[in-house]
Design a protein around this ligand. Structure first.
Ligand SMILES: [Zn+2]
Length: 266
């Protein structure tokens, strides 16, 4: 699933590619990804809209339109935004004033498109936890205090901290040398600081590399992201830890495959 670095990569590419352009046509190949309003109103509301601003909130992309409305796009598991597209595999495509298409592809049809009057009123946005880059040590320590939840599912909880999913949570915990099964409150102050620093540096480097293409994620141009070669534990079950040589383990935790080094992560 695209996480913060992947969505941020697409956002930055979109800013360069389509900002200020007008949507001249909306092609709906499969209305299942349109969550609100109804397909006809969605298409009508977007026609002739100029894209004024592009924002990211957690894993959500928001296209602010000159009309005051916004188009919100969540890629979920297999969503892709491709520009210039060819509409062949897309669920919904937007023709722009430059004559090119912006494709929303989504093989598993779990993605979500919404045309909104006020994106700030969206439940998902209202419930979002803070952006990792905005967090300071003192605030992060306070957030973890007294929390009985295990640390890995907690940092993947979008209402606790926004943007991280399974991949970057595993990588951050490895970098901070923290076992994913630990309860949040059991972390020492030093470990909490190490974890916040690891989260920030890993997300920053992943953005620099254009994200991780481990599944369907590609950049706006269709090119894969380059961060996979930097992964230390994710998808490396049975392979030797780069630090100590012990095989990386894979366990199920809160329903997700969780990769970690049993020796390095205490
Ligand atoms: Zn190790």
């Amino acid at each position: 699933m695209p996480e913060l670095p992947e969505v941020e990569t697409i956002k930055r590419e979109l800013e360069k590619a389509i900002l200020g352009k007008k949507i001249t046509e909306v092609l709906v190949n499969n209305p299942k990804v349109i969550k609100e309003p109804k397909k006809e109103e969605f298409a009508k509301g977007l026609k002739s809209a100029t894209i004024k601003n592009i924002l990211r909130k957690g894993k959500l992309l928001i296209f602010e339109l000159a009309s005051g409305k916004s188009l919100a796009a969540h890629l979920k598991m297999t969503g892709q935004l491709i520009y210039p597209g060819d509409t062949k595999q897309s669920r919904v495509s937007f023709k722009l004033s430059d004559g090119k298409w912006l494709d929303f592809n989504d093989r598993r049809l779990m993605g979500e498109l919404r045309l909104l009057t006020d994106w700030r009123a969206l439940k998902f946005v209202k419930e979002l936890g803070p952006e990792p880059f905005d967090l300071e040590e003192r605030q992060f320590k306070k957030m973890l205090a007294g929390k009985k939840a295990r640390i890995k599912p907690l940092i993947m909880d979008q209402t606790f901290i926004s943007g991280m999913g399974n991949l970057y949570a595993a990588e951050a915990l490895f970098k901070a040398k923290i076992n994913p099964l630990r309860s949040a409150f059991s972390l020492s102050d030093k470990e909490k600081n190490a974890l916040l620093a690891a989260i920030k540096s890993i997300l920053k480097n992943a953005i620099k590399q254009g994200g991780s293409s481990v599944d369907k994620y590609v950049q706006l141009s269709g090119k894969p992201g380059g961060y996979v070669r930097y992964l230390k534990v994710y998808y490396r079950a049975g392979k030797p830890c780069y630090v100590c040589g012990m095989p990386i383990e894979r366990i199920a935790l809160a329903g997700r495959g969780t990769y970690y080094c049993p020796k390095c992560q205490k």
